[in-house]
Every structure is written in C-alpha cells, then in structure tokens.
Design a protein around this ligand. Structure first.
Ligand code: ZN
Ligand code: FE
Length: 256
C-alpha cells in the first residue's frame, strides 16, 4: 500500500492510498475533490473507497464530487456520524474492520473532537509499517479541540492510540506541527527530544516540507497531550489526575 500526501486548503492533508497491483485507490478525508481526482487519474487508478474520520466539512467536502466521478466508490464513516457525512454508506464502530490493498484496518471510536470521530489503523504486515489515520484526534505534537466531547473522553480516545506500537506511522489531517511544538515547549521545557524535534520541524517548514507522518513512538516522547502522566509536565501544570492535567493543557493550548 502506497500513501500519497495531498496538501489542500490552508493546512489540510488528504491521504491517497494506492494498491499498485490492482490499480485501486482509496482516499482518507477528502476535504476537496479536484486535486484528488487529478492524482488518481495520474495513477490510472480506480477509486474504490472514501474513508472519512468525522463529519467536519474539511474532511468530507470532496465526497460528492468524488462519487460523481467514481460512482462505484464506497463511503465509510463512524456510525454516530449518521446523517452528517455526505453519501455515507457504511457506518463503522469500534472493532469493525475495513479492507484495502489486501490489508485490514481496525476501527477505533475516538470521541472528543467530535462525538462520532473514528480512526483507521492498519497493523504492520509483510514488511509494511503500521499506519494510523486519525483525522483531528491526534496531531503531530498536539490534539484536536474538544468541540463535541469532554476531556475524559479525549484522554480515553488518545490512550487507545497511545497503546499502538511505537513504529506506527501517524497520518493526521492538518499541518499544525510547528505551532503545536511551540506550545509543547512551554509546558515541557526540559525535554531534549522535544527541542530537537522542534528544530527539525522548523527547518522542514522553512522548506515547505510536510511534517507528516509522525510515529506513535515520537508522539509519546514529545506530544504533551499524550504525556498527562509525565512527572515533569504534571508538576509544571500543578495537577495530578490525567483528565485534569489534560483539560488544563487543552485550555492553555486553546488560548496559545
Ligand atoms: Zn475536525
Ligand atoms: Fe479538520
């Protein structure tokens, strides 16, 4: 399975999954359709699946036009997004699986940013990395805002993702990494790996390179929103309980 990153709008990423043997493609969170159709045509491929993580327009805005061009494609989303994702046909819940390129992806229900948000996780197989498509739940160096959920729900959701293997590649839907790490440095000052990551990301962004994918291992070491139980962060925040540490961090970031 090949993965192409298509930057769209001001800071969204659309991911095109490609099965070169079957010449089939699937798309994750198509905010818009035109650049996606262009890439699929370049590959001479057929679009067979649209995998949506949640109902926000910058993740589903291309569904209609993509279906008009590839009417045989199946539209997937979370079961709690029923009625909110254009043309949704499959209503997924935790533990369900979907297939693409001879691989299976497991569905995680990850409420917090929205209540119906799901993530797609392809475990490693035959020398290929594990891949996580997590929409606006986990970002490189950060996490999504809580529009429809509580801190407790988001901690639970992020904990599911944190438990995936360290080598799992993290494909999140926005290029927010530099700003996220700037915030991270304010609450995790002594983290040398975080400092190094910040330098690297700053350099990549100066060259206009994407900072995606990250990995679960790197996020665990540098993303404050996965580090609610880190002693240094807890003492900086002055709180103990995971949910309260997380809620405080989220509140600080909202105003950063
Ligand atoms: Zn969103
Ligand atoms: Fe978004």
């Amino acid at each position: 399975m090949d993965i192409l990153t298509i930057p769209v709008l001001s800071d969204n990423y659309v991911f095109l999954l490609y099965d070169s043997h079957k010449k089939q493609a699937a798309v994750v969170d198509p905010a818009v359709a035109t650049p996606v159709i262009r890439e699929i045509e370049k590959l001479g491929a057929e679009l067979i699946a649209i995998f949506n993580t949640h109902h926000h327009w910058d993740h589903v805005g291309g569904n209609h036009e993509l279906l008009a061009r590839f009417p045989q494609a199946t539209v997937y989303g979370g079961k709690e997004d029923k009625g909110r994702i254009p043309h949704q046909q499959v209503f997924l819940q935790e533990g369900d699986t979907v297939e693409f390129a001879g691989r299976q992806a497991y569905i995680y229900h990850v409420p917090g940013h929205t209540k119906g948000h799901i993530a797609y996780y392809f475990p490693p197989s035959q020398g290929e990395e594990g891949e996580l498509f997590c929409g606006d739940t986990l970002f490189a160096g950060g996490c999504g805002r809580l529009f429809e959920g509580t801190p407790a729900q988001m901690v639970q959701s992020l904990n599911k993702l944190r438990n995936l293997p360290d080598s799992t590649r993290v494909w999140c839907a926005h290029e927010y990494t530099l700003k996220n790490l700037q915030f991270a440095l304010t609450v995790d000052q002594d983290n040398e790996i975080l400092r190094q990551r910040y330098q690297q990301v700053a350099e990549d962004r100066r060259k206009n390179l994407p900072t995606i994918p990250s990995t679960i291992g790197l996020e665990k070491l540098t993303n404050p929103f996965l580090r609610w139980d880190n002693p240094s962060i807890k003492s900086t925040i002055g709180l103990e309980e995971p949910e309260r540490v997380f809620a405080r961090l989220r509140g600080m970031k909202d105003n950063f």
